[in-house]
Design a protein around this ligand. Sequence first.
Ligand code: ZN
Length: 157
Amino acid sequence: MKMMKNVALPAALLALVCVCEGVTFGQLCQGNPNNDKRTSDTWGQGHYGAPRGSRTHKGLDIVCDDNSSVYAPFDVTINRKVIVYTDPSKAAINNGIEMEGEGLCFKLFYVNPDKTSGTVSKGQRLGVMMPMQSVYPGITSHVHVQMCDNSDPTVHF
Ligand code: ZN
């Protein structure tokens, strides 16, 4: 009896820790099973807080080749379609999706959504990566992950 108690308690604590802070994104992009991050290229860096001229980068960039399928990282409810830019010269990659799941609200930029409401199960297709090379030649094509409250998404990867 004593031994069982000693085993059961740490397991219960571990479960509690996972529920509180352990939300991790599943695979976002076809061909990138480990959610590899954009590091550095001629257009800039992909980490949260990277400089973008006079502003800072409010998201995290996950490598995704143009025209790849983009998947739900966990079960999500889609809130709306997002318009990324006001600049018409970037119209080719101007779409994104805002969604919620696992207690998180976040946006994915540069994704053409299959649908703009309803639910999508983990691993099912949300949409398609837009042709980023046509706007930023030579960039590491990527999906931009941005939390709705602009907090750092890196802890979830
Ligand atoms: Zn980005």
